[in-house]
Design a protein around this ligand. Structure first.
Ligand code: BG6
Ligand code: MG
Length: 224
């Protein structure tokens, strides 16, 4: 009998461009605090947890604020973010994402989302893709964020596929490292400077098909 295989997608910046919405919300918070913030500084936040991202946004000013104040700021940023998320629809999927999810379903590949975000389930519902996913594991299921492998290992367990038969698709350096630490094959989405440690690097999901991903799992990893 053919062995099961699984594909585990990161969400933000892979299935949908929430990276832009996170940027808009951090920018709004930074403006409210009178702090300068731009897209270049935002790049450092890709895949980084909300609390850690706030420290990066605050920079040297972080020491001026106590834990309660920082928690309130992070909460405020999250309200800004959720306002934007609540306007999302399936049209906000990144190119190739919906076709790939449908192709994986047809091919009988088990599919999960594993995201550090505590908003991932909300985003998935707005994208209306629940029926194309077998599991959604996010920051509400564990406090360990990437590069810790826990989210990916939980996703593999949820879809009942051993890690060595799973492929991770990631756009963040911390996520690529988490996938490697989980013992999975990793496809990096984006520039080599960011995701170059992955086994394969792609510019866009349009370069991937269900058949190609299954082949990668069956043949074993292509060296980076
Ligand atoms: C990651 C994003 O997926 O989730 C980060 O790449 C974000 O930008 C992190 O900070 C946590 O998300 P949230 O929605 O819980 O603030
Ligand atoms: Mg991401």
């Amino acid at each position: 009998m053919k062995q099961a295989c699984g594909v585990i997608f990161d969400l933000d910046g892979v299935l949908t461009d929430t990276a832009e919405l996170h940027y808009q919300s951090w920018l709004r918070l930074a403006e409210e605090l009178g702090i300068s913030f731009d897209r270049q500084r935002n790049e450092a936040l890709r895949g980084i947890s909300r609390g850690e991202s706030l420290k990066i946004v605050l920079g040297e000013r972080a020491v001026k604020y106590g834990a309660d104040e920082q928690a309130a700021m992070a909460e405020k940023k999250n309200r800004h973010y959720q306002e934007l998320v609540d306007r999302m629809t399936q049209a906000d999927m990144l190119p190739g994402a919906l076709d790939l999810l449908r192709g994986l379903r047809t091919a009988g590949v088990r599919v999960a989302v594993a995201s550090s975000s505590r908003n991932a389930k909300r985003v998935v519902d707005h994208l209306n893709i629940r029926d194309l996913l077998d599991a959604v594991i996010d920051g509400t299921d564990t406090e360990r964020s990437k590069p810790d492998p826990t989210l990916f290992l939980m996703a593999a367990a949820a879809i009942d596929v051993p890690p060595r038969r799973c492929i991770v698709v990631e756009d963040a350096e911390s996520g690529v490292d988490a996938g490697l630490a989980a013992g999975m094959t990793v496809v990096g989405l984006g520039p080599r400077s960011r995701v170059g440690r992955a086994h394969r690097v792609c510019e866009s999901l349009t370069e991937l098909t269900a058949a190609r991903l299954v082949q990668m799992i069956d043949r074993g990893r292509t060296p980076p």
